[in-house]
Design a binder for this molecule. Structure first.
Ligand SMILES: *Cc1c(COP(=O)(O)O)cnc(C)c1O
Length: 413
């Protein structure tokens, strides 16, 4: 395993000939996942935190190819839904090593996790509301729990991901000591947990570390020597803009350790995005080039149904003309076939002047990319191919219209 992988992968670093061949073979839109890069990213992160227990937050990309590759390296997995637990177990995870973070958990999710925990008492359930613990108790559960804290500080690239100050997430900071006392008689209280936000880069790092420090302080207040772990969540970012520097993980590791200070309990971290973001790109074909007085419009076959982040989080994703990367760039707006103005990947973005039938790559599509794909406009979801040890294989076949209408067909059978 390479431990000296570059800290960021730009679109220009992908093998363009290979991407073109993949698009020819499998059609577009197409997600292309580099499994080796997933492993290198995880390894770089783990190397920066040698004393910590690093879990991969599955929701960033729950594909089996990703989960298996990380499990193979000995990574543990953090899940935020019953379905994610099920997929982690299917991929080979020992349920005793799993951590389940419940956010307003549906009854069925709690039923499932309690059932799994009966056989696998090592599983840990994190709750962020008194109700969640009551509902676990009603199900006869008295095993390992952690309290999710709301540190009152949210961080990250967008308001919609700054969970650390959103009342939806976690127990109010000042209420945690009393809850910890109350839970100790009812469960095996093993940890404290917080997750502040997502997409944290250098600018946000001070705030992020301030929140981490608050969580560590609280752990010391309630007795860190009585806890097995304190989990500081994920949130570490990758640069989506090509002119922004990546995090220096060794320096981040030091800064985070300083923020934590002395702690008797084990430090846990749960990166999601950092592990998968730059390990995948999305290939899309140009089908329309239109000059208007307002803009040069480039239409492509991917849409917000394929990659939702720009529409949902105003996310910037790099775009590169893979067919003709050296052509003179000009500002274009790139959008898909959906009937909403939100279906744009870029506005006034310099791209090597695309022509019809050329192939564009959209970068950093690995985190919350396929994961948020949907069938809006009756669009079958795209295929995903994985590159692993020089070989490529389809890890998700392209959906067909049969998949799109299947639940209707089966309902009327
Ligand atoms: C989403 C999430 C993560 C991962 O966040 P990233 O920003 O992708 O690193 C970690 N922990 C919890 C509880 C989460 O909900």
């Amino acid at each position: 395993m390479s431990t000296h992988s570059p800290p960021v992968r730009r679109l220009s670093d992908w093998d363009h000939d290979r991407l073109e061949r993949l698009a020819e073979t499998h059609g577009t839109p197409l997600y292309v996942l580099d499994v080796g890069r997933v492993q290198a990213n995880y390894q770089r992160f783990a190397n920066a935190f040698p004393d910590a227990h690093v879990m991969y937050a599955a929701k960033a990309h729950t594909g089996r190819a990703v989960l298996s590759a990380l499990l193979e390296m000995g990574a543990d997995i953090e899940c935020a839904a019953a379905g994610e637990l099920q997929r982690a177990i299917d991929a080979g995870a020992d349920p005793n090593t799993l951590q389940y973070t419940a956010v307003n958990p549906p009854d069925g999710d709690l039923d499932y996790v309690v059932e799994i925990a009966e056989e696998s008492p090592g599983l840990t359930i994190t709750g962020g509301a008194g109700d969640t613990f009551d509902r676990l108790e009603e199900r006869g559960y008295d095993g390992r729990v952690a309290i999710r804290i709301n540190p009152g500080i949210g961080t990250g690239h967008h308001e919609k991901v700054a969970t650390g100050r959103d009342a939806k997430f976690g127990i109010p900071y000042d209420d945690v000591p009393a809850l910890a006392d109350a839970l100790r008689g009812r469960f095996d209280l093993v940890g404290l947990h917080a997750h502040m936000g997502s997409g944290v880069l250098q600018d946000d790092l001070d705030d992020h570390c301030r929140a981490i420090g608050k969580v560590a302080d609280l752990a010391r207040d309630i007795g860190d020597e009585d806890l097995a772990f304190v989990d500081f969540g994920g949130g570490f970012g990758v640069p989506y803009r090509e002119d922004v520097a990546p995090l220096d993980m060794q320096a981040v590791g030091e800064k985070v350790r300083d923020a934590i200070g002395d702690l008797a309990a084990q430090t846990k971290l749960e990166p999601g995005r950092y592990v998968v973001a730059d390990a995948e790109c999305l290939l899309t074909e140009v089908n329309t080039v239109k000059q208007t007085p307002a803009a040069a419009v480039v239409g492509v076959d991917a849409s917000l149904a394929t990659l939702l982040r720009p529409a949902m989080f105003d996310s910037h994703h790099p775009i590169r003309n893979i067919s003709a990367p050296d052509r003179k760039a000009r500002p274009v707006s790139v959008g898909g076939p959906c009937c909403t103005s939100a279906d744009v990947f870029a506005t006034d973005r310099p791209v090597a002047r695309p022509e019809r039938e050329e192939l564009l790559a959209i970068g950093n599509a690995g985190a919350y990319g396929y994961e948020l794909a949907n069938q809006f406009h009756s669009q079958p979801r795209p295929a995903e191919v994985a590159i692993e040890d020089g070989e490529t294989r389809v890890v998700r076949r392209r959906e067909t219209m049969t998949d799109v209408v299947r639940v209707e067909d089966e309902a009327s059978e």
